[in-house]
Ligand binder design. Structure first.
Ligand code: PEP
Length: 253
């Protein structure tokens, strides 16, 4: 049975005090209701990772993730944060290839493959994001592009490494826009990704990979999206900053 995951991407939001309040509200609201096979991950800004990890304590149902890391091991890369550092503070997850990283920081296939490698090398779980911009969908080239994104950054992995990876399909036109993919659009693309994984790694490996949907998930649409056969949970931006709404999304998975 695939791991169900609801990850909140806090992006560059909140002061430390606000972050502590949000995390304790979420912890208080969700832990008793998180089902056995569901993992909640709060992807906070770097400066708050340790504080939020300590606040959440040792509960296997809810943990913390970073939003990015360097492709380099260590050295003269001012301002960067390495996978080894993230590992050393006990943070198990790292989002990689978010569309905002692709768009504003020029991150793409080969670089992201390096980041995936270094994250896995340190025993962390990459949450690898892929997804097409609006103009690509309008040209009906979304399947081709997303398959290419997955291929370029993940297909060099062996099956065991791939199975330690989480994929998030996030159509760029749905991120932060309030415009969600329909459940059918999400299911179609998740099935395309899974079939593509199966073409390289075989069906049973493909069937074991959690593929999350991201793009304006909220309390009202989460149930329908999460009910899709190939949608294994969500990567949630804006709605993860509101404890009550995020708790509803978690209950929907
Ligand atoms: C995201 O940042 O990954 C995201 C999906 O954002 P939102 O839920 O706000 O669209």
């Amino acid at each position: 049975m695939r791991q169900k995951i609801v990850a909140g991407n806090w992006k560059m939001n909140k002061t430390l005090e606000e972050a502590n309040i949000l995390a304790s509200e979420i912890k208080g609201m969700v832990t008793d209701e998180v089902k056995g096979n569901v993992k909640v991950i709060l992807c906070t800004p770097f400066p708050y990772l340790v504080a939020i990890k300590n606040l959440l304590g040792n509960d296997p149902r809810i943990s913390v993730g970073a939003q990015n890391c360097s492709e380099h091991e260590s050295g003269a890369y001012t301002g960067e944060v390495s996978a080894g550092m993230i590992k050393s503070i006990g943070i198990p997850y790292v989002i990689l290839g978010h569309s905002e990283r692709r768009q504003y920081f020029g991150e793409e296939g080969k670089l992201l493959a390096k980041k995936v490698d270094i994250v896995l090398k340190h025993g962390l779980v990459p949450i690898f994001c892929c997804g097409e911009p609006l103009e690509v969908r309008e040209r009906n080239e979304h399947e081709t592009l997303v398959k290419k994104q997955v291929e370029e950054s993940l297909f060099h992995l062996d099956a065991a490494a791939l199975q330690k990876t989480v994929i998030a399909y996030e159509p760029v036109w749905a991120i932060g826009t309030g415009k969600t993919a329909s459940a059918q659009q999400a299911q179609d693309m998740h099935a395309v990704i899974r079939k593509h994984l199966a073409s390289k790694y075989g069906q049973s490996v493909a069937d074991s990979i959690s593929i999350l949907y991201g793009g304006s998930v909220n309390a009202a649409n989460a149930k329908e999206l999460f009910a899709c056969a190939d949608v294994d949970g969500g990567l949630v931006g804006g709605a993860s900053l509101k404890s009550r709404e995020f708790a509803e999304i978690i209950k929907a998975v």
